[in-house]
Design a protein around this ligand. Structure first.
Ligand code: F6P
Length: 328
């Protein structure tokens, strides 16, 4: 155990995700268990620059494991992108006696953490928190399981009205660069078509496929569209195109938006967050740094942050094949 670490800071950064509070709770409680101080940092890196800190103890994180969002809040910080801003943040940490950092966030947050370590040799550990699940090196990021369950529940509700009116619905979901939410929730909700940025099968193919669905007796259809999909310019243009080329369908659009970022985390996300928080604190105390806590199969792994931010997770081709078969 590293004798030098006596006070661990914890922050959340980037887009919030269900499970972040469970991770905060785990970091704080693990520090308390190991008699290490824990400094909560509000509003991400901007709060670090401003010294927006509070000492947390085991009771500070009561009743948050079941809550979406992050009690530490998150913020984007242009100032932290500058050497002067990072220097201010480092000075604040030193002044507060903080000597290691747990960053709960996504690729952008980890990039900042790595830069901070390079400039100040300050120990950092990352916990992957983003609903996109697009971080390399881990099978799951916090919030993804909750988000796909939120989407499946929403699509189940939309399907009720779609089938009542023989309508076709385009449902847009989040996932800026990667279509994992759309693909998994699409299979889970039985969507007739799943449009993701990793594929672009074209507008004509989409119309042909929907025509086949209709001719095979499907009276209503759900097309789930990842926000990064490039089949059309946007989901509303897809609607217009299908209405024009497939007048048999009455078409509507539903954009799920930021509701996918909220909600009480699933048990899976709560357990994963609790495990990752313990691992992050213990790894720092072992003298480790610049790593992200990941999970592969059911085991936690330590992934170099440089590797985690080197690209984006690719969708599973086997699941794409399953989704193709399911839309028969
Ligand atoms: O990265 C998570 C995410 O929810 C993306 O899926 C989405 O495109 C983006 O954040 C939205 O960012 P903001 O909350 O800044 O609008």
């Amino acid at each position: 155990m590293s004798q030098s670490i006596k006070n661990i800071g914890v922050l959340t950064s980037g887009g919030d995700a269900p499970g972040m509070n469970a991770a905060i709770r785990s970091v704080v409680r693990t520090c308390a268990y190991l008699n290490i101080k824990c400094t909560a940092i509000y509003r991400g890196y901007q709060g670090m620059i401003e010294g927006d800190f509070e000492i947390f103890n085991a009771r500070s994180v009561n009743n948050i494991i079941n809550k979406g969002g992050t009690i530490l809040q998150s913020a984007r910080s242009e100032e932290f992108r500058t050497p002067e801003g990072r220097k201010k943040a480092h000075d604040q940490l030193i002044k507060a006696g903080v000597d290691a950092l747990v960053v709960i966030g996504g690729n952008g947050s980890f990039t900042g953490a790595l830069k901070f370590n390079e400039e100040f040799n300050f120990p950092v550990m990352g916990i992957p928190g983003t609903i996109d699940n697009d971080i390399l090196g881990t099978s799951y990021t916090l919030g993804f399981d909750t988000a796909i369950n939120t989407v499946v529940d929403a699509i189940d509700k939309i399907r009720d009205t779609a089938s009542s009116h023989n309508r076709l619905f385009f449902v847009e979901v989040m996932g800026r660069d990667v279509g994992l939410i759309a693909l998994n929730a699409g299979v889970g909700a039985g969507a007739e078509e799943i449009l993701i940025p990793e594929q672009n099968l074209g507008l004509e193919r989409l119309v042909e496929s929907l025509k086949r669905s209709k001719n095979s007796g499907k009276s209503s259809s759900i097309v789930i569209v990842a926000e990064g999909d490039k089949t059309g310019n946007n989901v509303f243009e897809l609607k217009d195109y299908v209405e024009k080329n497939l007048p048999i369908y009455d078409v509507r659009v539903s954009v799920l938006g930021h509701m996918q970022r909220g909600g009480n985390p699933t048990c899976f996300d709560r357990v994963l967050a609790s495990r990752m928080g313990v691992k992050a604190v213990e790894s720092l105390l072992e003298g480790r740094s610049n790593e992200m806590i990941g999970i592969r199969d059911t085991s936690l792994v330590l992934v170099p942050i440089a590797e985690a931010i080197s690209g984006l997770t690719q969708v599973d081709q086997e699941l794409i094949r399953v989704s193709d078969i399911m839309t028969t």
